[in-house]
Write a protein of this length. Sequence first.
Length: 304
Amino acid sequence: MATASPHEIAHKLGSGLLSFPVTHFTDDHSFDEAAYRENIGWLGQFDASGLFAAGGTGEFFSLTPPEVQQVVRAAVQEAPDGLPVIAPAGYGTATAVQMARSAESVGAHGILLLPPYLTEASQDGLVAHVKEVCAATTLGVTIYSRANAVYTEAAVAELADSCPNLVGFKDGVGNIEQMTRIYASLGDRLTYVGGLPTAEMFALPYLALGVTTYSSAIYNFVPQFALDFYNALRSGDNAFVINALNEFVIPYCNLRNKKQGYAVSIIKAGMKVIDRSAGPVRAPLTDLDAVELAELADLIKKVS
């Protein structure tokens, strides 16, 4: 894997389900590296095609840059051979550049470039931001289109032309028209990743738009169900997919939608339900209450 090119890594990512593990914290909210390493080893028993360390599900937004480096290094060291580990970069351009270089220095296989922190930006500004990060690393870069960094098809095409190591586009918006425009414009030049909260909800319609994979947060606590869902999707077993949506995914999303930030909190709650606790979420997120936790436990029983 260390000698694979950025496009080979991207092809690997697009070939199967993607794991976005939580980041483990102790009760005092410090990084629990031992528990995190053990969990990466456990997840490695299942057949994911890529591992995104310290991503959105991994509470990137609450980690310091040194902590991000620590998490990424641990993931690289514990992931099974042949499983690409993708590291995050974000915040302002200078910080994102430093994080990309840091990720490369500890052996990551690619970069997920999250939106700049706080400020809005023009398409020209976003293009300049991505170009600087791509120029700072030899790793393949996947841009994450969401929030204040929603890329037009023209911007993505310019970046693909200008940055040989831009290899992926992750969608966190859910605009079918925009995804159609981007895929029609760039085709197979990029690997497309579904990145909406509970991406299983969007997987069926997105498959036709070239989005062959997605970030599965539920893989953290129901990995076999997540893989079965993905395999049914790719094999055209729509009956299984629709039944799984009705039995688990939609009720799960109803619970997730009860409070802002629960898209992450509910994943750690799921870990607690299966007796693989990853500790609490960090502020500004909040954990599920006891009633919500019991409701989630009932749902998990249906698919475990």
